[in-house]
Design a protein around this ligand. Sequence first.
Ligand code: DGL
Length: 298
Amino acid sequence: MDGFFCFVTLLSDKVINLVAQMKKQKILTKTNPIGIFDSGIGGLTVADAIHRLLPSETLIYFGDTAHLPYGDKAPESIQSYSIRIADYLLDQGCKMIVIACNTASSIAYEAVKKHVGSRATVIDVINPVVAEVSSMKKIKHIGVIGTRATIRSNAYAIRIEQQNPNLKVSSLATPLLAPMIEEGFFNNKISRTIINSYLSRPKIKKIDALILACTHYPLIKAEIIEYYKKNINIVDSADIVARFVRESLASKDLLNSGKARNHKFYISDYTKSFEQSTKIFFKGKLKLEHKNLWNDTH
Ligand code: DGL
């Protein structure tokens, strides 16, 4: 009889755990939002591309301006910030989390993916671009420019090498560019001088394509094209990632066919200049809200 009671208690514990687990695991539907995050407002270039391609999707954007720039932070810090943001986006019911930052993608993608598990799909900005450039027939030597952390991680070179060992990759850290853009310096004399100084480095001299491995760089794409006199292919991730998001949602039958709800744009540190710069990064209507996840009084 004792054995029977033991068995029943064990069974009911198992059932209680299972129900608790099912409650925790929110059911994702087509109308759930897409979460997007970056260290700042540069990731809005990706949000903008997703919004243009998928206007029915509701977006929740988080820019971690309190910890900007990620490019000079230790890997452990970048992973810890990214996981905290992913948790917030999960709490908001996001069906997908797009890491719209090359630095976080190269350092924290695996950690975020593992942490999120089956609760949402996690997409980075590197894999879609690597898949695209690895299949480009005419390209033999490709350059990569990005933050110190992105270039140090060698994420692009390693992943391209795995997919197309014949493609030579030369990477160059360009740490001044993201803060320069974030401060509103582009399309002017100062930005041109800095861009020209980086792009003329011998390391990336003989390339026939260049990956803009930072979500801030679409803002200086015109100046980069001008530098190369349109002679090389400039690869920017925003549209490539947006197409990848669409394919991924479609494959899971999670594309929203109805109307988008109000988009939300959060930043962890608020300044007026962020508010002004956002207009350049995101073409739609946008109101920034202050939300510091690390000191959650807002
Ligand atoms: N937007 C980030 C990226 O794509 C760069 C900015 C930063 O260093 O935080 O890498």
